[in-house]
Design a binder for this molecule. Structure first.
Ligand SMILES: Cc1cc2nc3c(=O)[nH]c(=O)nc-3n(C[C@H](O)[C@H](O)[C@H](O)COP(=O)(O)OP(=O)(O)OC[C@H]3O[C@@H](n4cnc5c(N)ncnc54)[C@H](O)[C@@H]3O)c2cc1C
Ligand code: SF4
Length: 595
């Protein structure tokens, strides 16, 4: 039974006969933030979301014990989650020819996957083609924020101005000082937990109460300090002290469900876009919402070349509709926003809207994962059990490569996410059976520690998505074809990642149980970025520093597609800080009649 359940004030229905001030496409981190900022500035907004509105409290059921679920949290028979091997040996579309009723991405292969199943797309309805890519998509109100992993990090000028340091790629058209006030606003409005470390390359947030490191993690922190590396408690996009201005969210009670299942918190201590942004925006009376609205293209006034609205299909009936607005804000996620732009061909924009540079879909980048280490902490073997997973995350090791020193084998950097201690599901790789086996599992289960790297994948023009001329989705809309693969820099970085992971655990006195050296399939990090990058030069970029199209001044694209480079820090807090900054600018331009 959820602890909190506030009724929303009655919502205005979407009225397709009127012209809204702005249409926001998508309701995840980016769309939710756009709706919050624009409605708070007095604009009348229509949000169109392709997925359903689900009752998050009922779906996530954070308080449900595994034995209360008919299948211990597993998906029903006939529902299949793609495996690493399938991604590796098969080519997309991964749902094609599968004997299952429904096929999902790899996230659904984990513990308690049934709790997130309804958020995720069925690969059979949503194909894509080209090179292999583990594309994780949530189609529901809130998008991927309904189940995200919560690690909330800032970027710094080591990221925004990386080209100045190593000569590669492009610098962002903004510096840290431009976005810092907006990171602060996101911190205060949504809540973030962590510890200030005063690192120039990973700026601190305005933190609420941190979660505690377990004993083994604290050992690692102490040993790493001697090596000049930082181990900090997970910087979680979670309100640990509560938010007085938000009646839909509770503070974290440390019940650990977010670590036991693929994300999600039914009391919304974890940020999710519906309770954090959309319901409060609806309470202004200025946000209309239509779910099951699959936007197909941005409509253009051929007289002016400006956006006039969008065309969409009802996801259930397939019927076509149009909605009108003075400004269109795309926030359908990095790859889906690029797809909509490419689909929006008109006389004024023959290559797709906002694509006079030819860069839409290109410079696609993300994070590479795979290398990591698992260790055994000897003084924890047989120790009394403690509730170590009653928290939203373990620890984070910020980047330490290519800061002061310059490596010759690769540029840029990587960080590690990890955790140690007891969890509800005992960690064990012990062989055997019977009483001895049970004792061994009990003794060892709280003694493991592990961490895995997330490294920057360089933005390259030749890594891109385009429309597939032959394949459409269930609604008859052309799908994306991927042309994407890791390069030499990423492979060299992964070798170093595995070596340093091992080196750190050895230095901390942990027994190495396993070192993984192989990169996972492209896409595994779920941090796709950069398909409509910002820049000052309209010949080589799609958007200006306010995520406004160079070509179409009343078109904004406020999701991760605007990232110029991936950095190695998880992107969601930056997506929201940028969206806030751009929507502030949009509202002011709108007020002055310049859009
Ligand atoms: C399991 C998991 C763990 C993660 N962990 C982290 C983490 O620890 N830290 C971090 O920073 N990030 C993490 N992420 C990534 C994070 O969720 C994304 O960065 C973030 O959600 C991106 O926000 P977005 O608004 O761009 O896209 P989304 O959240 O994907 O929202 C896009 C929305 O647009 C809708 N949409 C798409 N196409 C259309 C269309 N044609 N018409 C209308 N609507 C459309 C979608 O249905 C969706 O609701 C994780 C993601 C997952 C799935
Ligand atoms: S640990 Fe905190 S954030 Fe995670 S599910 Fe429990 S209450 Fe929510």
């Amino acid at each position: 039974m959820p602890l909190l359940r506030f009724l929303q004030t009655p919502q205005p229905d979407a009225d397709l006969t009127r012209t809204y001030d702005a249409i926001v496409v998508g309701s995840g981190a980016a769309g939710g933030m756009a709706a919050h900022v624009l409605t708070s500035k007095g604009l009348e907004v229509l949000m169109l979301e392709a997925g359903k509105k689900l009752d998050l409290d009922r779906e996530l059921k954070s308080m449900e014990w595994p034995y209360e679920h008919p299948r211990r949290g597993q998906m029903p028979p006939g529902h299949h989650a793609l495996t690493l091997n399938e991604y590796t040996i098969r080519q997309p579309p991964y749902g094609a020819g599968q004997p299952y009723d429904k096929v999902y991405n790899y996230i659904q292969g984990g513990n308690g996957a049934d709790y997130s199943r309804n958020f995720m797309v069925d690969e059979k309805d949503h194909p894509y083609t080209g090179t292999r890519y583990a594309w994780v998509r949530a189609r529901t109100l809130g998008g991927k924020t309904t189940i995200w992993g919560r690690l909330a990090l800032r970027l710094s000028d080591y990221d925004f101005k990386a080209r100045r340091r190593d000569g590669y790629g492009e610098d962002w058209p903004i510096s840290y000082k431009d976005i810092a006030p907006y990171y602060d606003r996101v911190d205060r409005y949504l809540g973030i937990s962590g510890v200030a470390e005063h690192l120039p390359h990973l700026p601190d947030s305005i933190f609420q109460r941190p979660t505690r490191l377990t004993a083994a993690e604290a050992t690692l922190r102490a040993k790493m300090a001697a090596m000049g590396r930082t181990v900090t408690p997970y910087r979680a996009g979670v309100t640990t002290d509560g938010l007085e201005h938000n009646k839909y969210r509770s503070r974290c009670f440390g019940r650990g469900a977010c670590a036991r299942r693929p994300g999600g918190c039914d009391i919304h201590a974890v940020f999710d876009s519906p309770t954090g942004l959309i319901y409060p925006a609806q309470d202004t009376g200025r946000l209309s919402l239509r779910t099951n609205a699959v936007v197909r293209e941005v409509l253009v006034d051929e007289r002016t070349g400006k956006a006039s609205g969008v065309a969409f299909l009802d996801a259930e009936t397939g019927r076509a509709y149009e909605a009108r607005a003075r400004v269109v804000v795309l926030a359908a996620s990095t790859l889906e926003s690029a797809r909509i732009m490419l689909l929006s061909k008109s006389q004024a924009h023959p290559n797709g809207i906002g694509n006079s540079s030819g860069h839409v879909g290109h410079n696609f980048c993300e994070h590479i994962m795979g290398p990591g280490v698992r260790g055994l902490v000897k003084d924890r073997i047989g120790a009394p059990r403690t509730i170590d997973d009653g928290r939203p995350g373990g620890f984070y090791v910020p980047r330490f490569r290519n800061l002061k020193e310059r490596r010759t084998d690769f540029i840029r950097g990587y960080g590690f996410e990890g955790s140690a201690g007891n969890s509800m599901f005992a960690a064990s790789d012990q062989p055997g059976f019977g009483a001895d086996y049970k004792k061994r599992v009990r003794d060892l289960s709280g003694a493991y520690i592990e961490m895995g790297g997330f490294g920057e994948v360089l933005a390259r023009y030749e890594n891109y998505v385009a429309l597939d001329p032959n394949t459409t989705d269930r609604w008859g809309i052309p799908v994306l074809r991927f042309h994407y693969q890791f390069g030499d820099n990423e492979k060299k970085m992964c070798e170093d990642m595995a070596n340093t992971a091992q080196e750190m655990f050895e230095a901390a006195g942990f027994e190495i149980v396993g070192v993984s050296r192989t990169p996972l399939t492209e896409g595994w990090s779920i941090h796709e970025l950069g398909t409509a990058r910002m820049g000052s030069d309209r010949r080589t970029s799609v958007l200006n520093q306010f995520q406004q199209s160079h070509d179409v001044k009343n078109l904004f694209v406020v999701d991760g597609s605007s990232h110029v480079s991936a950095s190695c820090q998880n992107p969601t807090w930056t997506i929201m800080a940028l969206a806030w900054r751009s929507c502030d600018y949009l509202a002011e331009e709108f007020r002055r009649g310049r859009l």
